[in-house]
Design a protein around this ligand. Structure first.
Ligand code: F6P
Length: 554
């Protein structure tokens, strides 16, 4: 396998240095004034792909800034890095692996050789097995221990083996077929198991144990709990195989757990967990919406990959979004980035993007192991837009931090009710406009005077009503939320994340940080049973362990 492009230290790039000068020159830049001066600003700073529109005109940029950002992408080798990733070069340098989630969504022809295997053939075979499974479950041919068809599927998995499937199952609810209910069992907190299992009829439930490693504590504990529960509900031991499917790259461990080999769908080490919804980890999506819709989602993602690979940098949606992220994180000191979908079906998008982006970009050293002396990824957060307006948008509008935001909305609702979509759209636009325009002291003063307030009260209240404005946002408009555009949207963010990692010179595909908590958890667990060993640990952990033991005994 070929090693990828050579990563750079962005601080050494001429464009980075020019951007620092540009940032100083942009001091005092006013977005409202820029809109007034340039009636073409929206046209100039927006682009579309697959019917999706990205309006990035409400950003702290002008033409020279954008030119410099594009030069930064070119100097950091973004086009070559995209090609390297797509080709299957080793882009995950610490684990010496390619990151080929793009291969999972390529059309069903052609070849891609990796270590002597054509992985596209393997992907096609898995899709065929998924299609068979979906057909068996939908037709009632797949039966539980009591000879009844399946009504409920329970995906047992966490992180990437949960968040992507959850997002897509929720987002594509209007496309549901097969009449199944889908549950996601993720947490080791037994309350979650209790709440889900009490809704189920054991004889009609199919558990999908989704774990790339088949070594994740939460998933294994929940799978064991599911097995115990099935047995307690009267499932004979030899019939357990009718209730378990596994998706894993560790077939041996899944077999050792007791899952029948023919019920195990493979995964590959060249797919990262947070990029895995396109693999058989997406089985819940296929079961809930049908294989055709699953494939339409793959096609949308593939089209976005081709766009990322082939569109000139200036017309490239993920490149533009990545560069704006860098502009704010590295030149404006932004510490967080809000994702605000104005679409109930996209309510889990921020959660999925949190893992996608923060596990990928939360790095402190470059590929060469040298510490970063610049910021990498910001905190990603967000929720349904309209709800946020009545909660945290106050901070976005008047807080002391600048939080760049992505507003995401569909032009058409799939469930129109009166003029709700129009109001939803108006709300979305009003928020990005308020962030951009703000309200000056003079405007606030005039408003209060016009309301008949006396001068003393006007002077007292007006400063509290000032909204600084000039706060950046993107608006992404989807024609409608369907499988194709959902695929494109998720792949847009995947490509954005990778492009940023290329510019920062970091590995977007490993996650060593999360290992420490897992290791320490193993050491702390025995302390909750006995005092032995507490002397060797810090007083906080020892004290909290003592409290747990006491609570259990009382
Ligand atoms: O703990 C983090 C993580 O390793 C994620 O990267 C991954 O998506 C998740 O755990 C689940 O891992 P697995 O699919 O191997 O159970």
């Amino acid at each position: 396998m070929q090693q990828a492009f050579s990563p750079v230290n962005p601080l050494t790039l001429p464009a980075w240095q020019s951007l620092q000068t540009q940032r100083a020159a942009m001091h005092g830049f006013s977005m409202p004034a820029a809109f007034d001066l340039d009636p073409q600003r929206f046209a100039r700073f927006s682009l579309s792909h697959q019917g999706m529109l990205l309006d990035y005109s409400k950003n702290l940029i002008d033409v020279p800034t954008l030119d410099l950002l594009l030069q930064l992408a070119a100097q950091a080798g973004v086009p070559a890095a995209l090609a390297a990733q797509y080709r299957g070069d080793i882009v995950n340098t610490t684990e010496q692996r390619p990151a080929l989630h793009s291969a999972l969504r390529r059309p069903a022809h052609g070849q891609l050789m990796l270590d002597g295997h054509d992985i596209l053939t393997e992907v096609r075979q898995v899709h065929e097995r998924m299609a068979e499974l979906v057909a068996q479950v939908h037709s009632g041919q797949w039966q539980g221990f009591a000879g009844q068809g399946i009504t409920d599927i329970v995906n047992i998995g966490i992180g990437g083996s949960f968040l992507g499937p959850q997002l897509a199952v929720e987002a594509l609810q209007p496309f549901a077929c097969g009449g199944l209910r889908c549950h996601f069992l993720t947490n080791i907190d037994s309350s979650e198991f209790y709440q889900i299992s009490r809704q189920l009829n054991a004889g009609r439930t199919l558990f999908i144990v989704s774990s790339k490693s088949f070594g994740t504590l939460e998933t294994l504990k929940n799978a064991e709990a599911a097995r115990r529960w099935l047995l307690a509900q009267g499932c004979p031991h030899e019939q357990l195989c009718r209730h378990f499917i596994a998706v894993s790259s560790n077939v041996e461990k899944a077999v050792a757990f007791g899952i029948t080999e023919k019920n195990i769908l493979p995964m590959w080490d060249w797919v990262g967990g947070r990029y895995s919804l396109w693999s058989a980890i997406g089985l819940p999506i296929a079961l809930m919406t049908g294989m055709d819709n699953f494939k339409a989602m793959l096609a949308g993602a593939h089209a976005m990959d081709l766009h990322a690979l082939n569109a000139p940098l200036a017309d490239n949606m993920p490149v533009i979004m990545a560069l704006l992220g860098i502009w704010y994180a590295n030149f404006h000191g932004a510490q967080s980035h809000a994702v605000l979908p104005y679409d109930n079906y996209l309510r889990s998008l921020p959660d999925h993007l949190q893992q996608l982006d923060m596990e990928s970009s939360g790095k402190r050293v470059r590929h060469d192991g040298q510490p970063l002396d610049y910021s990498s990824g910001p905190v990603i957060w967000g929720n349904i837009g309209t709800n946020g307006q009545h909660a945290y948008h106050q901070l976005l509008l008047q807080g002391t931090q600048m939080v760049p935001a992505d507003f995401i909305i569909s032009a058409r609702s799939l469930n129109p009710v009166a003029d709700h979509q129009q109001w939803l759209y108006a709300n979305c636009l009003s928020q990005s406009q308020a962030l951009m325009q703000g309200k000056s002291l003079q405007q606030a003063t005039e408003e209060l005077r016009a309301a008949g307030m006396d001068e003393a009260d006007v002077a007292r209240l007006a400063p509290h009503k000032v909204i600084p404005g000039n706060r950046p946002s993107n608006t992404l408009v989807l024609p409608q939320l369907d499988p194709h555009h959902l695929g494109a949207l998720i792949a847009l963010y995947e490509n954005r994340t990778y492009i940023q990692s290329v510019i920062w010179g970091i590995n977007a595909f490993d996650q060593w940080g999360v290992e420490l908590g897992k290791q320490l958890g193993e050491r702390i667990y025995p302390l909750l049973n006995s005092d032995a060993g507490t002397a060797a640990c810090d007083s906080s952990t020892a004290g909290l362990a003592r409290l747990f033991r006491a609570a259990r005994c009382s």
